[in-house]
Design a protein around this ligand. Structure first.
Ligand SMILES: [Zn+2]
Length: 203
């Protein structure tokens, strides 16, 4: 480690802290209830009262900015930084999806029966096809059949219902569509041939 590495480290950490701090500031201002500490003002510091999503949002943004600097300065550890950022991103999404929008506690969410808004049959035309692969499993060609199959699918529009085990708050997801016949929809044929991939035979 030389002076330049140390300077790069200090500069990128400072900028990452500023950007992450700004992102969390925007989040806490976005809705009235997005406070960083849950509940009324506290004299004592209580770790269970911290808004876990805000904390993870900060850490993930920090690592995302550090990764960008790692790319720019061509640090050796760059792939590890990207890996950590992706992992933190997943954790942050997991926390966000399991957090009560009212009291901000995590993993207190109970899922109830969804509210079904509408259910409709949709028709679409399916053209059966067969995909042929070379002996090494790579793509050779695809042939479509002349047949046309009409498929009827049931599509349900629903909203999911949730409640909080801790504060009793109830909320709904946005409306979204679910294809109830997803598993029964026809799959196309895949055939592995004995033909060798011509690209391989050059060597
Ligand atoms: Zn709650």
């Amino acid at each position: 480690m030389d002076l330049q590495n140390i300077l790069e480290g200090i500069i990128s950490s400072l900028i990452a802290t500023m950007i992450s701090g700004f992102i969390v500031f925007l989040y806490s201002k976005s809705k009235g209830k997005n406070k960083l500490m849950v509940g009324k003002s506290h004299k004592k510091f209580d770790i269970s009262k911290i808004n876990a999503f805000a904390v993870f949002l900060f850490i993930t943004s920090f690592f995302a900015v550090i990764s960008a600097f790692g790319f720019y300065y061509e640090w050796e550890k760059f792939p590890y930084l990207v890996f950590i950022t992706i992992l933190l991103g997943f954790l942050t999404a997991l926390i966000y999806n399991n957090q009560c929008p009212n009291c901000k506690r995590i993993f207190t969410k109970i899922t109830h029966e969804p509210e079904i808004i509408k259910e409709e049959k949709r028709k679409h035309i399916h053209i059966p096809s067969t995909t042929y692969l070379y002996s090494d499993g790579t793509f050779k060609n695809r042939k479509s059949s002349n047949r046309r199959e009409t498929i009827i699918e049931t599509v349900r529009t629903q909203k999911d219902n949730f409640s909080c085990r801790s504060c009793g708050h109830k909320w709904k997801s946005n409306a979204y569509e679910r294809n109830l016949d997803d598993k029964n929809s026809p799959k196309n044929n895949v055939v592995k041939t004995r033909h060798k991939n011509p690209d391989d035979s050059i060597f």
